[in-house]
Write a protein that binds this ligand. Structure first.
Ligand code: SAH
Length: 223
């Protein structure tokens, strides 16, 4: 990894990977994707020294870059083989989108704040990653032009149940939707798997995400 501002982050990154492994993520493809993502370039300069500590950090507009171990866990749950079309709702810094781009065939990511979407695009295009499709708008509506999706990952917390358009835009052949469901301040990571018009669900741990705001999410005056 290239030094930035005279700092070589390689050792910090390796220590973070060891922590993520200790927390139970053993998928080497996922860990390698984390290893290739320069998180210090995806946070505001004043937070660069904390980029490889396992916590969320502010990225502007009241939003955050997610905690690396949670990003790793969620990515592992998607069980990507490299053939999938993936829709991400909540681009934020682009950290999760970059990781997905290394593990899936096609990544489409949607962000409601244009300024964050633009910054993520500008940062990631310098990294020589596989191409990503960047969309600005309300991701609770999904993104119909590329549906159906083999995987949909929502990186913001939704109230109670998932947005209906996301369930509809999931591939009927084993498509998976991973979404934090709950209250404004606390959610349960929930996986929906679609077979035809049947959906099975599985829950994983508790998590805390910034709210999913949109037509089929929280209303702006509720957050
Ligand atoms: N995946 C991001 C996490 C960002 S935090 C990362 O790796 O950095 C969640 C993001 O979801 C925020 O940027 C927020 O603005 C965005 N978001 C919230 N509601 C949204 C919606 N309805 N559509 C698109 N993005 C949304």
């Amino acid at each position: 990894m290239l030094p930035v501002d005279g700092v070589d982050y390689t050792a910090q990154l390796e220590a973070l990977i060891a922590q993520i492994r200790a927390k139970g993520v053993r998928d080497e493809r996922v860990l390698n994707a984390i290893r290739q993502m320069p998180r210090h370039l995806m946070v505001p300069p004043e937070y660069r020294s904390q980029a490889y500590i396992d916590h969320a950090l502010p990225i502007g507009e009241g939003q955050t870059i997610s905690q690396p171990s949670l990003v790793a866990q969620m990515t592992a749950i998607l069980e990507l083989q490299g053939t999938e079309r993936v829709l991400e709702i909540g681009t934020g810094s682009g950290y999760q989108a970059g990781i997905l781009s290394l593990l899936a065939k096609q990544v489409i990511t949607v962000e409601r704040f244009p300024r964050l979407a633009l910054r993520a695009y500008q940062t990631l295009r310098q990294l020589n990653l596989p191409p990503i499709i960047w969309v600005m708008g309300d991701g609770t509506r999904g993104f119909p032009p590329f549906a159906p999706y083999d995987r949909i990952i929502v990186t913001a917390g939704a109230p109670g149940k998932p947005p209906e358009p996301l369930l509809q835009q999931l591939s009927p052949k084993g498509g998976r939707l991973l979404i934090p469901l709950g209250t404004r301040h606390y959610q349960v990571l929930t996986l929906f798997i679609r077979h035809g018009n049947r959906y099975t669900t599985r829950t994983f741990g508790e998590c805390v995400f910034v709210p999913l705001v949109g037509k089929y999410g929280w209303k702006p005056d509720e957050v």
